[in-house]
Ligand binder design. Sequence first.
Ligand SMILES: C[S@@+](CC[C@H](N)C(=O)[O-])C[C@H]1O[C@@H](n2cnc3c(N)ncnc32)[C@H](O)[C@@H]1O
Length: 328
Amino acid sequence: MSALKQPVENGPVVPFWRTIPSNGRPERVGKFGIDMGDRGTYDERNKLNEMTGKEWVFFLNSIWIKAYPPVADECGFDLRKIHPCPKPPLLMRDVILFFTKRGQWILDPFAGVGGTLLGASLCQPARRAIGVDLNPAYVSAYGEAAKSEKLKAQLMLCGDSRKILDFPEISKREFDLILTDPPYADLMSRPKTGHKKKLYGRSDASPFSNHAADLGNFEYDRFLEELQNILAQAVSRLKDKKYLVVFCRDLQPAKGKHGLLHADMIQTIQKIPGMVYRGMRIWHDQAADLYPFGYPYAFVMNQMHQYLLIFRKESGAKKTCPPAGTKP
Ligand SMILES: C[S@@+](CC[C@H](N)C(=O)[O-])C[C@H]1O[C@@H](n2cnc3c(N)ncnc32)[C@H](O)[C@@H]1O
């Protein structure tokens, strides 16, 4: 038998990541701790969220492997399916739970069919959210999905986020989190591949709209410029020491272009006064199938992951947060 055809022996089972064993030590509640039973200990000094220590630490893992399959998603997927890339509301809920406490306010300037807004309503207790999207069909699909799921209706506004501060509902309020999933440059204007093709049963491109203000229709540099402009306005309403979380995925490398959109987005967003990049989480969408792109001729990657780019508004931020109702 040639060496290539010999079966490979099973190696040792290596865990994905190690956790520090407690060795039976009882968990210390300490001066500021509140015992939350199986959930662990909540620290009264926690200014960010309502998580116990062990829930907080779990979120610190930079790699997040989790499936939120649309078929099993009970958040009105059939209604939201008119959108080419809706985010799973349960995924958004899990992000919101880390960055907010009950009743706090979240803003999404690229709200689509409302993944963030549904996620805010799914939190226990619920958070409050405002979303903006250019496309009236997405705005009404969100409303129908929230209604069909009997979830608290959040405020979804229809309009161009390049003028987001023209909405008094936004310019007169301060937010505790900005969570958003902008167009990934012109990705949606390209033909579908892989699981998107299977899920939607078609391979032709499905841009969000043909609207002249749709960032998904701009060429790369203009896209980054407009993204910076919109996020600068949005973070002018973000409280100091609070977070901006931006979803993003890279583009396939092509014709000498690396396609590392996440790196360009980090550089762009850091230009906004007061915004400090604090790190990323990589979400591996376990519900996505693996396709034999390029086989057996060339390497073509399956992008199974997306980035959550995390920024915090810090110090000099006071200068960039004008009084409610004014423009920056
Ligand atoms: C990646 S999708 C967001 C999907 C969303 N997370 C969801 O769960 O449905 C990006 C959205 O940005 C919207 N968009 C693009 N340009 C915009 C603009 N200038 N103002 C407001 N929304 C815009 C598109 O209509 C699209 O729905």
